[in-house]
Design a protein around this ligand. Sequence first.
Ligand code: IPT
Length: 1000
Amino acid sequence: MKSLHRLVALCLLAFSLSAFSYTVPQGSPGFYHGNSSAAVTFDAHSLFLDNKRLYVFSGEVHPWRIPSGKAAWRDVFQKMKAAGFNSVSVYHHWGLSEGKQGSLDFNFFRSHTDVYEVAKEVGILVVPRPGPYINAETTAGGFPGWLTNNPAKARTNATGFTQAWTPFMTSVAKFAAPFQYPDGPVIAVQSENEFFPSSGSDTGRSEYMQAIENTLRGNGITKVPLTHNDANTGGRFVKGLGGVDLYMWDSYPQGFDCANPTSWSEVNSNYEPNAHQQYIPDEMWASGEFQGGSFDPWGGSGYDKCFQLTNEQFANVLYKNNYAAQTSYQNLYMTYGGTNWGNLAEPTVYTSYDYGAPIREDRTLSPKYSEIKLQATFLHSSPDFLIATSSTNGTSITTNSGIYASVLQSPTGVGFYILRQNSVKTLTSAQFQLRVNTSQGQLTVPQFGGSATLDGRESQILVSEYPFGSHKLQYSTAEIFAWSTIGGVDNIILYAQAGHSIEVVVSNVAAGSTAKVSGSTSINARTGNNNTVIITGSPSGISSVSISSKATVIVADKHTALSFWNIQLPSTTSTIYDKAPDVPSVFIFGPYLVRNATITGSRLAINGDTNVTSTTIDIIAPPQVNSVTWNGYPIRVTKSNIGTLRGTIITSLQPITLPNLKDASQWSCLDSLPEIQSNFDDSSWVTANKTATQRPIQPSAGKFVLYADEYGFHQGNTIARGHFTGNTATGVQLNVQGGFNFGYSVWVNDQFLGSNQGTNQYSSGGGTDQTTDTWTFNQTSLNTGDNVVTVVVDTTGLEEDYSGNDQFKTPRGIRGYKLIGGGDFDHWKIQGNLGGEDFPDKVRGPLNEGGLFVERQGGHLPGAPPTLFNQSSCTPLNGITSAGIRAYKTSFNLDIPTNVDAPVALQFTRTPSSSYRSVIYINGWQFGRFNSKDGPQTVFPLPEGILNHRGSNDLVVTLWSLDANGATIADLELVTTGIISSSKEAVAQVQSPSFSDLRL
Ligand code: IPT
């Protein structure tokens, strides 16, 4: 019924739009296809740009998680585009842009315009997702820290909250408006994130959602649809108050348990479309977020395990399952994760936000990237897929009942057969024959002997009556990468796993054609009945079947095909965003990466990257091409035995020599805890004199509210000093709350009392984000006059607000206190990042700095006076011998050639037995928070542009021993995580302020 409905809908569409009950949301233009005034439209099958259907293959990137800016973003966007991503989805981060209420700042990595400009130039579409609430595993879910002090309930229409977000969202709209398609790449804008409508007991939600939409519309977002990302298919905001133009949902079917990376859940076929269909059958099914990887918590398994959990097999089976269910908009969260530098993390995640994504944190390409490239390129090559509807599915489509197949059939007669094993827990291969629908009737294939093979955790998309140029595949048991008609020859590229047998019948070949195989002889071809060519064999390397010079069928084993690229050429008849097969393109086989290609006269200029010293490159280009350049340098090409232009790219990949950090003479240090000394003067610190808070969570004990955020300190380490008089108190009880895996140490005067730490969110019993401890004073440490309890807290960020219950307002710092043995504290002083919300560093932004002495003094900044680091020959490798905090500084030069992409990281050796925490600063940017007890992160990427690849660098590492007997960092070194000969633009240093700019 469902597919019939869709088919009927499609036919009716051609004649009459009134057949649909779609109602255009009030006050916004209609985007339902047929509205000739909208450049971006959609129907039940797909989005259209300029009245042309497209598969929106989108990837999530958060530009603010790689603050190097435009050149780094361009590198990531180019890599995405080369793999067939034609869209990028970006969350914008309100908190980073409004560190103080009323002072919006969209410069540097906060720029929206720069993101849109780079995307426009690269030719990749954009879907901004500005929140104002984004979740995203970032502190407060993207809310500014000051919002924790706003009594209005967040994510409702409460006046105080509306006033808070309106300036940001107004700016967001104004930045995006000039970039709406077709003037720029913006094709939709998302309102809020995983949000839910008002109910009888929970009011003001839908009203708030509507207000966001009105703000976007009222400030120029009038040309593209507004969307929502529903937390699974709940049907929220499909219509009614707050209803959006295009409903979307998210799904993370594998979950986030990276500790068990080979354990898979069974795949649920068709669950999402069924749910979607019941809400809004006349809209295409769009996935606002689909699992691209997994986040990892403090104490977790590390991102290589998350990658394994969501690896190329996962991408193969789960994404193809989405296509089987007719998704035509798929956004992979994350496609490039980046870094939670500068206190961006919320408590459940650590510095790396690699996410096990297809493009890793250091921007290198993973096997999953290549798998996705094969899929995305195929979808763009297959316009019929966008009008195909589900015809049958189940375990009887093949001859093996262990195989589940979904059949999609287009009105144009093309069949798509999406196969996977019925149980994806199965790891063994299955043999089968497939029943395909052809113009010759139903055939059970392979029909000329043998059987096809489907591995465990493999999925295949096979086709019937699939057109390529003037030819067709009557059927194929090999998968399709792409096709393109080049110089009058219809080229199609097929692949299958090495060792699998394939059978392909090409039809519509001219009468009397011949078939000639060249290259690898593992493939055979012969002419068949009814103007066909029959191709059989088992791919190994590259074979080419030439059909009377009118068609070329390339057959490769899948491993070889992973280095294939189908690159669209600039064209006057299509937009830069278009990847459909009618756009002229070239095929390039071999390199690690091909970013783009252009033809001028007889010369093909290719830009790309290689990761080995010698790469064979095969090119299928129009016949006029007789010379080739690679990154501007000519490479000699000759016609190969398979008809390609073949050459060799030779690059020298010299190892990069990095400075040795073990030489003590290169380091100097300072005591970063003068606060425990008797002569320390805190009179300039903020006095914590509030006796009431409007937050949902009240203090647990004590007269004064000591929450750091109440006094404008929203991130990093904070310090509280409580003064009391006389020597009669016997101890102090403290309730400290800092988020999962937080830590704190406490002293009375200079007597170390002890430390405590939180635990992982997933610990048995739910983890600890606060502790209550009683600390006993040594009476001899006390004075008859003023005494000070000093508490240093390492907070792990503000909580998110996933459930919309103001959870992000949960206190950070001292939640409650009591002096034991009589008396009370006279007053408390609080300190955090210098200036709090009036932070001086307008380039690195509001979250970069914490409140340690070295940070407040500006010791982390380039150009800090040597007198500040007043001790010499001290290294973090020697460390400290008692509880306390020390900061170490070294400088080093790098000289990495501009044409080499050599990501550099700082590597720690972790000794979980000793308890210490470190903050890493490179050139004034905080790029790591290390925790010896929890880990797991030991390798901290320092991105080019923040790290100076061609000049001097200042590295500051703090060492806070939480143990009485001190701590050392067992080993610390700079490492490269890749060496790639690259055509990426050299990333310029972000012009960031120095010590003299910010502290003098
Ligand atoms: C989904 C959020 O929309 C996104 O911001 C991010 O937090 C992601 O999860 C997990 O990385 S929420 C979904 C898991 C219910």
